[in-house]
Design a protein around this ligand. Structure first.
Ligand SMILES: [Zn+2]
Ligand SMILES: [Zn+2]
Length: 372
């Protein structure tokens, strides 16, 4: 466990610090490490984030209590006061710091799961997660038109989110139903299982970790306390976005419970192909057809640009099929750099000739010394 997850250590206060001490320590450190006081310094910004995170947990009595329980439980090196700590269960090396316990088991316990991912550095659940993001975040994909990606703009998206049930306010109880202490866990919300010589706590399945059970379940959420709803959001797509660009929407991820802040929503962009343009770096490429007369005699072409306007491109006499012309500055603009538009001409050859046209082409070929 990285030492920065010792929230008391981060704030430099003892584990029995009073709320006043925590507030004072936080104010002092936040002032010192605030990004405004250290412009451009990434490590200061990182430090400031840790301090804010530590304060967010320790200043909230409910979250601090959960955190203290986790510490006692042995979630961290250096804070292991759990009885029997010398025994089994000390995870060897990099994995979980203790065996037989999966932080995601606590997911159903609302705030605890969030707190856990916060403590564990926001490890993504499931395979392939190597992320070092703080807080729980979820990812979603959205398709956007080529031109919006290139030029930037707003795109509406719709994301499924879990919200507290509006009927019961998250309690899972039917209106007017009485709540009684859960018999299974005697109101603690957790159940201990014997595990390798010491006890492991799990959220109580009977009350879903709430510690209380309702005489009658809420009809809207079937007692779960949560409902899935579609939330419509507008995302701001920065100019020059590409497939794989991610936009972070702070606080639009899974809701927090017990005062925990909501996680982030990471929106991955998938750029739809355009019928006319394709992108290479900051340049945009397009193909424009010309006829044989234009190719041989030269012409002026009106070519559409990314911004929907047109520029006039001069095609010189004797232009070969596949020749590329560069229109400077009409590409994608990103970070003060600007690409070009590359126009490739395609020469359309008439598919069918009338007898009269054929005779004329033959006489042209004879005059030019072309064999056919
Ligand atoms: Zn409900
Ligand atoms: Zn229970």
């Amino acid at each position: 466990m990285p030492p920065d997850k010792d929230f008391y250590g981060v704030l430099g206060v003892p584990a029995n610090a009073t709320p006043e001490q925590i507030k004072r320590a936080y104010r002092k450190l936040a002032k010192k490490w605030h990004p405004d006081a250290n412009p451009g310094d990434k490590s200061s910004a990182e430090r400031f984030k840790e301090i804010s995170e530590a304060h967010a947990v320790l200043s909230d009595p409910a979250r601090r209590k959960q955190y203290d329980q986790l510490r006692r439980y042995g979630a961290f090196d250096g804070a292991r006061t759990r009885p029997g700590a010398g025994g089994p269960g000390r995870g060897a090396g990099a994995g979980s710091p203790f065996e037989g316990f999966n932080p995601s088991d606590l997911g159903g316990l609302g705030g605890l799961g969030d707190l856990f991912s916060s403590i564990f550095g926001g490890r993504r659940r499931g395979p392939g997660g190597e992320g070092a993001e703080r807080g729980e975040s979820v990812e979603t994909m959205v398709s956007i038109p080529f031109r919006v990606a290139a030029l930037g703009g707003k795109v509406p998206i719709s994301v499924p989110v879990t919200e507290a049930c509006p009927s019961c306010g998250g309690s899972g109880a039917a209106p007017g139903s009485t709540l009684s202490t859960c018999a299974e866990c005697r109101g603690s919300g957790t159940i201990s299982f014997g595990y390798g010589g010491f006890a492991v706590k799990r959220p109580c399945p009977a009350c879903r970790g709430r510690g209380k059970v309702a005489a009658q379940r809420c009809g809207t959420c079937q007692g779960v306390g949560e409902v899935r709803v579609e939330r419509r959001l507008m995302i701001n797509v920065p100019p020059g976005s590409d497939t794989g660009t991610q936009i972070r929407l702070r606080g639009h991820g899974p809701r927090g419970t017990g005062g925990a802040p909501a996680g982030d929503l990471l929106v991955g962009l998938q750029v739809e192909p355009d019928r006319f343009f394709r992108r290479e770096g900051l340049d945009v490429h397009c193909t424009v057809p010309i006829n044989v007369a234009q190719a041989m005699l030269g012409t002026k072409l009106k070519v559409r640009t990314l911004d929907g306007k047109h520029v006039v491109l001069r095609i010189p006499a004797g232009t070969q099929a596949g020749r590329k012309f560069r229109i400077r500055g009409q590409g994608i603009e990103k970070n003060a750099a600007r690409g070009d538009q590359i126009v490739e001409v395609q020469v359309d050859v008439p598919a069918k000739l009338s007898p009269e046209q054929e005779a004329m082409i033959k006489s042209f070929a004879d005059a030019a010394g072309l064999k056919y």
